[in-house]
Design a protein around this ligand. Structure first.
Ligand SMILES: [Zn+2]
Length: 143
C-alpha cells in the first residue's frame, strides 16, 4: 500500500476532527460518535460529524456536503480524516460507501487512518478501493 508521511499538519486535522466531535456532543439525546475533517488544497478545512438517526449519515458525507455547499469541488480535496475515541489510534476508517463517494468526488484525495497494527498512516483513496467503479472522464456514469 502506498503511504505518505503523516505530518504535523495531518495531526492538526485529527485534532480538528475531534474538535468537531466535541462540539456535537449532546448527551442523552443524539449520539455523534464520529468526527471528520476535510482539508482542501488551499488549506481550507471543512468538518462533519455523523448524523444519528434511523438511516444516519457518515461524518465524511457531512464534511464533503459542507464543502460542496460552500462552492468547493472534489478536485480541491486534499486529505480527509475521521476519528472515533474507540477506533484504532483514535481514528475511524471510512466505510465502503464513503470510500466510493470519495473516489467519485475526489479520486486524488488522501486518507488518514490506522493500519492493521494501529499505526497512523496516510494513503490514497484508490489504495482503499482497488478496481473501483468510477465516473467516465465525460462525467457520465459508467454502467
Ligand atoms: Zn461512511
Amino acid at each position: 500500500m502506498r503511504r505518505y508521511e503523516v505530518t504535523k499538519e495531518d495531526n492538526r486535522l485529527i485534532e480538528e476532527a475531534y474538535s468537531a466531535l466535541e462540539k456535537a456532543k449532546e448527551p442523552g439525546n443524539f449520539y455523534h460518535t464520529v468526527g471528520c475533517c476535510l482539508k482542501l488544497s488551499d488549506g481550507s478545512l471543512y468538518h462533519g460529524v455523523n448524523c444519528d438517526c434511523i438511516h444516519g449519515s457518515c461524518a465524511e458525507f457531512v464534511a464533503v456536503g459542507n464543502a460542496i455547499s460552500d462552492g468547493r469541488r472534489g478536485s480541491e480535496f486534499d486529505t480527509i480524516v475521521s476519528v472515533h475515541p474507540d477506533g484504532a489510534a483514535g481514528l475511524f476508517a471510512p466505510c465502503g460507501n464513503c470510500r466510493q463517494m470519495l473516489m467519485e468526488y475526489s479520486p486524488q484525495i488522501k486518507v488518514i487512518l490506522a493500519d492493521e497494527n494501529g499505526e497512523i498512516i496516510k494513503t490514497d483513496i484508490g489504495e482503499l478501493l482497488p478496481l473501483a467503479w468510477t465516473r467516465l472522464k465525460t462525467g457520465d456514469l459508467m454502467h
